[in-house]
Design a protein around this ligand. Structure first.
Ligand code: MCN
Length: 792
């Protein structure tokens, strides 16, 4: 029997290379390329009145300086609006270089290309840009009052206004025995990948071909966008994502201004050009997320069952909307989590501010939605003096109600229909794991020692594995090596291992023989990208289907050669053999030789294949008339709808009675992502997500002043949790396979971070006895809340 690979918690194949310095990240490439640097706006909102580059041209090593005026054709046009939406009535995108107005600090205004980065930066210092300052809009309240406008043609700073509704909420609220209203806030934050964005372009003048390396989550997107901007045939552009040191959503954008400008300059100058983002650039000119103000009105009965839920929220979309309103739509649809609220109405406004634009950041709108829903559940429990877990379970969608249609539209425009999940079972597991029923005894002990502790809980559902499609391509070499390609990219999720596990299992080959390539448009030009926790579902299933096709062909060819029936064959450890009679066999590499009979014995497999030469009939080649030679094939997987993963977290926190310092004593997770390809990778993903969530709950925020300056744009001031702040995470799984895809998989990559703010808020509230309505929360803020609470 071949070792069971699917579902095995094996160590990641890519780690020895990555951990011993073998990774090749963007900035490892193009060591001799020209370097690009950018003059970026120091103002949040201003009109450009003059640009003077005279002093910069004398800096030695300067090759070129470009402003918007220098950009030709489509390069000079606004960047694409990637996801339009009917309610996005005032969508706006920026230019690759600012044209006449800047709308946030950090917006690129001038590009300098020099022989090295230091010289390029020196030249940037010498460029004088004159600005006429305009009123600045920072923060949601400021945007909402509409006194000043970010874009003159967007009244009230409203980019989009949308309502989703199911049932009659007004009637439900009017007749509900109890109602509560909560005002909730989540501040702006951002992901901080170890490696910033970056792009390196090589122009081949002889063939008119462009090769782009980009630290991206979507190499096909970058390729298509750059080809369109530069008006090049798609066939003349390649994009490769090398090792990418984290993405978390910020590298989903395509194209970033630099991704257009660097290839454009490379073609114009006929030289290699590279730009690698520095940390300050990452803070002020990539993407943020999360900032939302939310108002929830809930009506419920005496048992705590929700009868009507009315949610209004205001989303800070920054200065531009290249990603449309995908983030607030996700909040509005996935706020409901595992619950059926009776009637539901959600209305949101997506507002412009003079701050960095928004792209979906790991969790993408869900942490805000889950915060709203879970704070509401706690508020109901508190009001009725019921157990918080019990209130949740009374509102659960039950397993027998699956598939469950909410009567709303998901962000892909299809019905919001959960495919699977067993929420009561998840909650039971979580309660056991954290010791829910024993907590009051623990609290009493802690109180006797003068310690304040609290227990918090949070539940969520996450639509994962969204379409439209992803592909898998397999070739089996005569050596028996199996090459697998999928077009989506990898930023640390362990795809090289997980996809190899699928192939090893499906084909019956040792995992060491399977080599996976991601994010290279030369190997797989049709792909969408890595986001929305979709790789395992999309590429996993596509690769499985492609493998099955190639396997069927291999078995047919081997059956001919061995003169047995295909049904009698199996593949074990890379050898095709007769079931029960393994001496009648041939290595898979030999089948590869037979599938493409060159008749030249270059390698051992080919030599071995000559023993079957007698079975060759020159007029009857082993591949059928309508088949291509070779053991090669590809397939695509396109789902009918998203598949819904879910999870439940609980935490025990301790708050210092004097300093209000917040410590997480225990953090427990029950996670259901359907069938797991590799539980160790899933756990790693959950751990990473929780760590990021802890950052969002306790430390990370974008501190803008009223003039739109980001005051904490460095790791000196932007707090992230270190290993010392991330608790030991106790995780367990429930596997309710998705009925939607052949492998039963649901996504896992974002899950960990989604409920953390809600869980920590719930636990702090439980420890302190007063409501926590805004996250993140620092010890100073908690201390101030205590003072206010104590003084009434
Ligand atoms: N997996 C599995 N079994 C499942 C589901 C997933 O074994 N049932 C494995 C997958 O094979 C994959 C990993 O878990 O190796 C994550 O799979 P998936 O949930 O499909 O998520 P993606 O691979 O599509 O990754 C995207 C997701 C997102 S949206 C963000 S943001 C994020 C994240 O993954 N960014 C990350 N995790 C990250 N991890 C790292 N190290 N770096 C990032 O930038």
């Amino acid at each position: 029997m071949t070792t069971q690979m699917f579902g095995a918690p094996i160590r990641r194949k890519e780690d020895p290379r990555l951990l011993t310095g073998g990774g090749r990240y963007l900035d490892d490439l193009g060591q001799h390329a020209l370097a690009a640097a950018f003059v970026r706006s120091p103002h949040a909102h201003a009109r450009i009145t003059d640009i003077d580059v005279t002093d910069a041209v004398d800096v030695g090593g300067i090759v070129a300086i470009y402003t918007w005026e220098d950009l030709p054709g489509k390069v000079a046009e606004p960047l694409p609006l990637l996801i339009p939406h009917p309610t996005l009535t005032h969508g706006r995108t920026g230019y690759a270089l600012a044209r006449d107005e800047v709308n946030h600090v950090g917006e690129p205004v001038v590009m300098v290309v020099a022989t090295d980065r230091y010289l390029a930066e020196d030249a940037c210092q010498r460029i004088r840009v004159d600005y006429e300052l305009l009123p600045v809009v920072v923060g949601i309240e400021n945007a909402r009052d509409g006194a000043h406008l970010v874009h003159e043609d967007a009244p009230g700073n409203v980019a989009a206004h949308m309502v989703q509704e199911t049932g009659d909420v007004e009637a439900a609220l009017a007749t509900a025995p109890h109602t509560l209203t909560l005002d909730l806030a989540i501040e702006r934050s951002a992901c901080m990948p170890m490696e910033g964005k970056g792009v390196y372009a090589r122009w081949n003048d002889e063939d008119g071909e462009l090769r782009i390396y980009s630290s991206t989550q979507t190499s096909t997107g970058v390729r298509a966008a750059v080809a369109a901007k530069l008006e090049l045939p798609l066939a003349k552009v390649e994009c490769i994502a090398p090792d990418v040191g984290g993405g978390f959503g910020v590298k989903i954008m395509h194209p970033w201004p630099e991704e257009v400008l660097v290839p454009w300059a490379a073609r114009l100058l006929k030289r290699e050009v590279k730009w690698a983002e520095d940390r300050r650039e990452h803070f002020i000119s990539s993407a943020h997320e999360r900032g939302q103000l939310q108002k929830v009105t809930v009506g419920f009965d005496d048992e705590g069952r929700v009868l009507g839920l009315d949610v209004k929220f205001w989303h800070d979309n920054g200065a531009y909307t290249p990603y449309g309103i995908i983030v607030p739509i996700i909040t509005s649809t996935q706020l409901l989590g595992p619950y059926k609220p009776g009637a539901y109405r959600c209305e949101f406004w997506s507002l412009y501010t003079n701050t960095v634009l928004v792209t979906p950041y790991r969790g993408a709108g869900r942490p805000q939605g889950v915060f709203a829903m879970e704070r509401t559940m706690d508020a109901i429990a508190d009001y009725l003096d019921l157990d918080r877990a019990e209130v949740r379970s009374r509102n659960f969608i039950l397993p027998e109600e699956m598939p469950y249609d909410h009567g709303l539209l998901f962000q892909d425009g299809r019905p919001l229909k959960y495919d699977s999940g067993d929420f009561p079972a998840s909650l039971d597991k979580l309660k056991k794991l954290v010791g829910w029923d024993d907590f009051e005894a623990y609290r009493a002990e802690a109180e006797a020692e003068g310690r304040k502790v609290g227990l918090g809980i949070g539940c969520y559902v996450e639509g994962t594995g969204v379409g439209p499609y992803e592909g898998g391509h397999i070739t089996i070499e005569t050596s028996g090596r199996v090459n697998v390609a999928t077009g989506l990219t990898t930023q640390g999720q362990g795809h090289q291992t997980a996809f190899a596990q699928i192939v090893a299992q499906e084909l019956g080959v040792p995992i060491e023989d399977v080599h996976v390539t991601t994010g290279d448009t030369r190997k797989m030009p049709y792909a969408v990208g890595t986001f929305a926790s979709r790789a395992a579902v999309m590429s996993g299933n596509a690769i499985a289907l492609a493998t099955r096709n190639v396997k069927a062909k291999a078995l047919r060819i081997a059956a001919d050669a061995l003169e047995v029936s295909e049904d009698d064959l199996e593949i074990v450890d890379g050898v095709v053999q007769v079931k029960g009679a393994p001496t009648t066999s041939m290595p898979l590499g030999t089948v590869a030789v037979l599938s493409n009979p060159l008749r030249y014995a270059f390698d051992d497999a080919a030599k071995a294949a000559t023993q079957f030469a007698g079975t060759f009939d020159p007029d009857k080649p082993p591949v059928a008339d309508d088949e291509e030679p070779g053991l090669e094939g590809r397939d695509f997987y396109s789902p009918t709808q998203a598949t819904f993963a879910n999870g439940m977290h609980a935490a025990i926190v301790e708050t210092d009675p004097v300093t209000a310092e917040i410590r997480i004593l225990r953090y427990c997770v029950i996670h259901d992502c359907g069938t797991m390809i590799n539980p160790m990778i899933v756990e790693g993903q959950v751990h990473g997500g929780v760590a990021q969530g802890v950052g969002g709950a306790l430390y990370e925020r974008m501190a803008y002043d009223e003039s739109g300056q980001l005051l904490n744009a460095s790791f000196m001031d932007f707090l992230m949790p270190y290993a010392s702040e991330v608790p030991h995470i106790e995780a367990d799984h429930l596997e309710t396979p998705s009925p939607l895809n052949p492998l039963g998989i649901k996504g896992a990559g974002e899950a960990g971070c989604i409920p953390v703010s809600a869980v920590i808020a719930s636990a702090i509230e439980d420890a302190e006895g007063f409501p926590i309505t805004s996250m993140p929360i620092s010890p100073v803020e908690l201390w101030e809340l205590r003072q206010r609470h104590e003084t009434g």
